[in-house]
Design a protein around this ligand. Structure first.
Ligand code: FAD
Length: 454
């Protein structure tokens, strides 16, 4: 029996998804003179703060478009695409549909943009982003040659689509251990996700949890499991979505899935998660000491700025003018002024003595904290309020069916998933805020009356 069959036989629900990729083209065969170049960031962010001297040579991408001829070729051959011929019936990624899908679903669009992305430093091969296809090779040739700049392009590798099995991830604990088969952890595409980062993030979490389950501990991490919450990390959002809601289509981790996007930023990842990394033995003492120093410096700078009173007196106005900054009319604190648009690194150092000696990384954090101060405060307060409420425990034998005011769907889902807390209940798809309100009232009554009411 094949692996998926075994998993199914063990009681896991197995489904099928699909994904595809675009053709690759020989760089030398593309007529770039007809195309619009798009340049990358002049100062690209580094993946790790340990990376020094990061000055990769940047190559541009090029923009081109499909056109009515391209669309006519695809439309005339839709029946040859396995997805449309019925050969493939599984669900594909909603946010990166194939070109066949785009032409079929968005008939009113006259063109679709395509980014030609260099695959290598030598730019010998280009990826045609936006042209994922499973059409036969000869049709792909026609499609490519109908596009501006690609009239004579040579396809080095054709596009294709694949189908794959996945296990409905509601079968998993938040540790990614399967509920039915203790000590079996699933991570990556098998859980219905698509994407390199999604797979890597789950691999990390499943690996850590499997190791902890074996009893391996570090001196500073004594918990039996390692679970990140929705307000701590995108990993927390993704795993929570997967295990609480499951998925019917390839799951991608979009920032829009997170309730607290303002707190979950790429620039503050190490400040949010560094303590865990250190405790789990993934960050050395030296790096952690540096991180802590930076955190202390940010907190100290914010404290000073919050308590600073700046009046629009002659000295202040002269200082602002010298920096080419707009004047202030009213008294304000340092957070307000430092957060203003146009106050760049050198201006911050020149205006605020307390920021003069901070390194660039720390100053960037202070600037962001000032700029979004009121929003960050609001989100933090909302998390604190929610945490106090969502922690409400739901007894495992709670009789949801006896709650007047809960619809049949809500009763079925709550009884099936048996959430342990109100927070977990809120993540079950189909459970509405109104359901949660009713549930919370009953839980309160249940606790107050020692369960008599239910
Ligand atoms: C055509 C295509 C294009 C894609 N393009 C992108 C993209 O541009 N960007 C992006 O982010 N993602 C893309 N993806 C998705 C991404 O590649 C996957 O989501 C990701 O690689 C999944 O990683 P994984 O480790 O979960 O699974 P895999 O990478 O599939 O790893 C599973 C491994 O398990 C091995 N294995 C299977 N069965 C057994 C067995 N019985 N015993 C031992 N080993 C076994 C397999 O050989 C394989 O090495 C693409 C996927 C496809 C198919």
């Amino acid at each position: 029996m094949q692996l998926s069959g075994c998993l199914q036989a063990l009681g896991l629900q197995v489904g099928r998804l699909k994904t595809g990729t675009c053709p690759r083209l020989a760089g030398a065969s593309i007529d770039f003179s007809q195309l619009e170049p798009h340049y990358g960031d002049s100062n690209p962010p580094k993946f790790s703060t340990k990376t020094q001297d990061f000055h990769p040579t940047q190559l541009p991408c090029y923009l081109t478009y499909t056109n009515p001829t391209t669309h006519a070729i695809i439309e005339a051959n839709l029946d040859k695409a396995p997805m449309f011929s019925g050969q493939i019936e599984s669900v594909g990624p909603r946010y990166c549909p194939s070109i066949e899908d785009k032409i079929h679903r968005f008939k009113d669009k006259e063109r679709h943009q395509l980014f030609l992305e260099p695959q290598t430093r030598s730019a010998s091969e280009y990826y045609v982003n936006g042209l994922s296809t499973s059409l036969p090779f000869e049709i792909q040739e026609q499609v490519i040659h109908s596009i501006k700049g690609l009239e004579h392009a040579h396809i080095t590798r054709y596009g294709y689509a694949i189908e794959y099995d996945f296990v409905q991830p509601t079968a998993l604990h938040h540790t990614l251990e399967t509920k039915k088969i203790p000590n079996l952890y699933l991570a990556g595409q098998i859980n219905g996700t698509t994407g390199y980062e999604e797979a890597a993030a789950q691999g990390l979490m499943a690996g850590i949890n499997a190791t902890l389950a074996l009893g391996v501990r570090t001196p500073s991490f004594t918990e039996k499991t390692f679970i990140l919450t929705r307000n701590q990390a995108y990993i927390g959002v993704m795993i929570d979505d997967l295990v609480c809601k499951g998925t019917q289509e390839p799951y991608r981790m979009f920032t829009s899935r997170a309730e607290y996007r303002l707190l979950l930023r790429e620039d503050n990842a190490r400040f949010r998660l560094g303590a865990y990394a250190h405790a789990l033995g993934l960050m050395d003492d030296c790096d952690y000491a540096k991180l802590q120093t930076q955190q202390d410096q940010i907190a100290a700078a914010m404290h000073v700025l919050q308590h600073m009173s700046i009046t629009p007196n002659k000295l202040t106005l002269e200082k602002l003018q010298a920096l080419n900054q707009a004047p202030i009319n009213d008294k304000c604190d340092g957070v307000f002024l430092a957060g203003r648009d146009g106050f760049e690194e050198q201006d911050l150092r020149a205006f605020f003595t307390c920021l003069q000696d901070l390194d660039t990384e720390v100053l960037e954090q202070v600037k962001i904290a000032c700029k979004y101060h009121s929003y960050i405060e609001k989100q933090s307060a909302s998390i604190a309020k929610m945490e106090s409420l969502w922690d409400t425990k739901i007894p495992q034998d709670f009789a949801f069916e006896r709650i007047a005011g809960l619809g049949l769907e809500a009763i079925e889902k709550l009884s099936k998933h048996r959430p342990k807390t109100l927070l977990e209940a809120s993540y079950i798809s189909g459970i509405t805020p109104a359901n949660l309100e009713v549930l919370q009232i009953y839980l309160h009554l249940h606790a107050k009356t020692g369960g008599v009411l239910l």
